[in-house]
Design a protein around this ligand. Structure first.
Ligand code: F6P
Length: 501
């Protein structure tokens, strides 16, 4: 397969819209006097994956400028050419005041839409003004897109931060331009969506897209069910997965996202023993060479099922005392959205559970759970993946979960590592059949499956991992992007998209 990063070809002038930006300009620490500016390069995930595509297309990227030097390097319109060395595309930064960030990002996006889409309606915190700020920020992004949109523009929005912008963009840019969006989180069932403040406006906003992508069929079908129930004037064709709302048609597709598997494998291959030892000593991890290693890598988010995973580990050590001192579980957690009380409470719960379980089982310098929330470079993360024998990915719900795929790509040794995977994540469709599948809330069964994974014969581990690797490399990030662009091309060329069927 000859595919390389950035090979996906966009069928028009590409304008990407995302909340997070690919490059951030910052003043170097302590440089009060010389004000030297550093640039963070995109690392991992969507921004790193999309960057070469936008470079190749010489496109435009619209994003929130959250670096302290961002607007000192930009022109009066908030534009800067990136990457700094080559200068391949325009990054248009949107400057958000503190109140906007608090209400749009920490508010409606992450106190309302995030818990709603993940099926936690009781955690919805709909504060006065948050929706209005969400609308205002969506409008500012939409106006910025309007400044750059040509007749052949392909506007590609990312995620739940922009549910209202598609309609605003559709109404203000040339009729021949295409508006598409990928929704990276799950879509809830109508019984949950009914709790969405301004739910009708959210749906109408999204129907401004010509194309709306989800990771899996279930989310696409639930979206259509919600339109059916809450927007009676719209016409839904569930078989063709289309919605007609007024004159225009939105096509809904399920296209599971992949990772840049090659880069993860390459990073893991260069992460030798020495690097792993350095990583352990730098981050205060014990001598992990002495034991079998289990690993969890998550943002500290209540959707990730970390307390449930710790409960299963506790049950496992209760039932299998022979594994005490022989198996260590490393939990790498990334603090996230800490200004939101539900996240703060969740972080405290995780840390106190780790302490409690450790004090229950620790002996002779060994601890069952090693917890770190320190920042790790991508290469260090790949070193952890490579050295882990068993990876546990157990969210209560997750749109896709790219960590499971990263672990598989970075498992480059012959030993054959085992993936335990929640049956409630999008990645389960791709990997569930050859992972050890778990129900994250069934503590006894979960503990049994940890034991099963640890006892799995080498040939069986190898056989499963081979299949997992084939799937992750085949359905990678470039393929996902090409699939998106193929759909955009189809939607764009289909004369029935606009006007009557
Ligand atoms: O899963 C949705 C998502 O927006 C990802 O794209 C991103 O990696 C993650 O959540 C982190 O979110 P934030 O930008 O809020 O830190």
């Amino acid at each position: 397969d000859e595919r390389r990063r950035g090979d996906a070809v966009c069928p028009g002038s590409l304008i990407v819209v995302s909340n997070r930006q690919p490059y951030r300009h910052e003043y170097e620490d302590g440089s009060e006097t010389d004000r030297s500016i550093t640039v963070d390069e995109p690392t991992g995930g969507l921004t790193a994956g999309l960057d070469p595509v936008v470079q190749q297309a010489s496109g435009t990227w619209v994003a929130w400028g959250d670096g302290d030097a961002d607007f000192d390097v930009a022109n009066e319109n908030g534009c800067v050419t990136v990457p700094p060395a080559e200068g391949a595309y325009t990054l248009r930064r949107i400057d958000l005041c503190d109140e906007a960030v608090d209400s749009y990002y920490y508010g409606f996006s992450n106190r309302v839409l995030w818990p709603l889409c993940h099926g936690f309606p009781t955690l919805i915190d709909d504060r006065t003004n948050d929706f209005e700020w969400y609308r205002t920020v969506n409008e500012r992004f939409a106006n910025a897109v309007g400044d750059h949109a040509t007749d052949d523009a392909v506007v590609w929005l990312q995620d739940y931060h922009f549910a209202l912008a598609p309609r605003m963009i559709r109404e203000s840019i040339p009729a021949d331009a295409t508006v598409a969006q990928f929704w990276h989180v799950p879509w809830p069932a109508p019984s949950t969506f009914q709790h969405c403040p301004a739910g009708g406006r959210i749906l109408e906003g999204l129907l401004g897209n010509d194309l709306l992508g989800f990771h899996v069929d279930q989310y696409a079908d639930r979206f259509l069910d919600c339109v059916n129930r809450f927007l009676p004037a719209a016409t839904v064709d569930k078989n063709r997965r289309t919605v007609r709302d007024g004159g225009e048609r939105t096509r809904v597709v399920a296209t599971p996202m992949g990772i840049d598997a090659e880069t993860h494998a390459r990073d893991a291959e260069s992460a030798d023993e020495e690097m792993f030892d350095a990583l352990c000593s730098e981050h205060g991890l014990p001598d992990l060479d002495e034991t079998v290693i289990g690993l969890g890598v998550d943002r500290l988010d209540y959707t990730k099922g970390i307390p449930e995973r710790l409960a299963a580990l506790e049950r496992f050590f209760e039932r299998h005392p022979d594994w005490r001192g022989e198996f260590t579980f490393v939990q790498k957690a990334t603090p996230s959205r800490t200004e939101i009380p539900a996240y703060e409470r969740h972080g405290e719960l995780v840390r106190s559970e780790v302490e409690r379980i450790n004090s229950r089982f620790e002996s002779g310098g060994w601890q069952p759970v090693v917890y770190t929330d320190e920042y790790l470079e991508e290469a260090e993360l790949c070193s952890l993946y490579r050295n882990a024998d068993v990876m546990i990915v157990s969210p209560l719900v997750d749109g896709m979960n790219l960590v499971a795929q990263e672990f598989v790509a970075a498992s480059v040794d012959d030993a054959g590592d085992v993936l335990l995977l929640s049956d409630r994540v999008g990645a389960h469709e791709l990997l569930g059949s050859h992972a050890v599948s778990i129900d994250p809330t069934d503590v006894d069964d979960f503990a049994d499956r940890i034991a099963h994974a640890l006892a799995m014969p080498a040939y069986e581990r190898r056989r499963r991992l081979d299949v997992l690797r084939e799937r992750v490399f085949d359905a990678d990030l470039d393929r996902w992007m090409q699939t998106q662009f193929d759909w955009i091309r189809r939607v764009h060329q289909d004369p029935r998209s606009r006007g009557p069927d």
